[in-house]
Design a protein around this ligand. Structure first.
Ligand code: BGC
Length: 348
């Protein structure tokens, strides 16, 4: 079968490789891949900056945002041929740490987790894969065009869950939400904010392309100006760019009791000047919280699946700005102006 693979650590090594069929050891549920989403992490992996191959292998099959259809599954698995499924990315570490032991692998304590298509485990960008039922999430059949958005939705479902848990440290009645970055993560974070009924403001640099309209069709407000004008009213900020200058503007500047969730995995090497004394003072006097959030566990995938099923399918469909057939897979791994989410279609 064909799979998109890389030599981790080596830029531009991606190729379509002929691979043996998925090993039975991977799990009893056999899935035919329908689509793979491409995100910044994939671009980093293809650029040789991130990712590791499975133990003993040279190449890594990429692809962690997936949508597939079950080909065969044992009766007791809860899956049946034809079911739409999304594979969970992370696997618990083998020790396991206290969090992985209870299914909270997104909060792994020892860093020995693996991630399909990213760290130490083959991903889903192969024509078929196998999976254990506890790591597969069933999707409503109506999501067959957009279900590939579940993985990024699970990431923001976790971010929102943690914002809400932190919020409940005291009386919690937020109204204004600021989202920085109108990429897939930002737009899906904004969608979850609107589903909760909040006043949502989304900031991005661009003034053209699909993003402004996607934001306003959510009932949120799009800004291409400075976040400075609105951040003082923000009860919640979901930061989705990882851009240092932007993070500096947000730090300590929210409304009192503000909660800032960082989701952007930034690159190193851009030192900026920060008056940490001032930021500390503002955060202490404002009871502010700043925290990071990555990955998702099964509960977040399930919350994400419910959120996708409740969203406007046409709006979700517009997030997928390019559907590239497998034989042109390379073009999906190159950024294009106006991209929101490019996907590679394996089978329909
Ligand atoms: C994925 C996460 C993963 C993270 C770090 C992100 O692109 O969505 O599931 O944990 O990369 O590897």
């Amino acid at each position: 079968m064909r799979a998109i693979t890389v030599l981790p650590g080596q830029a531009n090594s991606a190729q379509l490789t002929d691979m043996p069929d998925p090993p039975l050891d991977d799990g009893p549920v056999l899935v035919e891949t329908m689509a793979i989403g491409v995100c910044g992490t994939d671009i980093e992996i293809v650029g040789g900056l991130y990712g590791t191959a499975p133990h003993g292998a040279e190449r890594l099959v990429i692809g962690h945002e997936s949508l597939g259809r079950v080909i065969e599954a044992p009766m007791e698995s809860g899956f049946a041929a034809g079911d739409l499924v999304v594979g969970i990315v992370r696997r618990p570490d083998s020790v396991p740490c206290p969090n992985c032991a209870v299914g909270e692998w997104d909060m792994c304590r020892n860093g020995q987790y693996t991630e399909r298509g990213i760290n130490g485990r083959h991903g889903y960008a192969s024509e078929r894969y196998r999976i254990r039922p506890e790591f597969a999430v069933k999707l409503d059949a109506s999501l067959d065009r957009v279900g590939v958005l579940l993985e990024p939705t699970s990431v923001v479902a976790k971010a929102w869950e943690h914002v809400e848990r932190i919020g409940r440290r005291a009386h919690w009645e937020p109204s204004v939400v600021v989202v920085t970055g109108a990429g897939p993560i930002g737009l899906l974070a904004a969608m979850l904010g609107r589903q909760r009924g909040y006043e949502v403001h989304v900031f991005d640099r661009v003034t053209n392309g699909p993003k402004p309209q996607l934001v306003s069709d959510l009932g949120a407000t799009y800004h291409a100006g400075s976040v400075h004008d609105i951040v003082g009213r923000a009860d919640v900020v979901i930061e989705c760019t990882g851009v240092s200058a932007l993070i500096l503007q947000i730090l300590g500047s929210t409304a009192p009791d503000g909660i800032v969730c960082l989701t952007g995995v930034s690159s190193r090497g851009t030192p900026v000047q920060l008056d940490i004394g001032l930021a500390n003072r503002q955060m202490v006097l404002g009871n502010d919280v700043l925290f990071g959030s990555v990955n998702a566990n099964r509960r977040h995938y399930e919350t994400g699946a419910t959120a996708l099923a409740a969203a406007d399918p046409a709006w979700l469909g517009r997030l997928i700005t390019r559907r590239v057939p497998l034989d042109q897979w390379q073009t999906a791994l190159q950024r294009e102006a106006n991209d929101v989410k490019p996907i590679i279609e394996f089978a329909s």
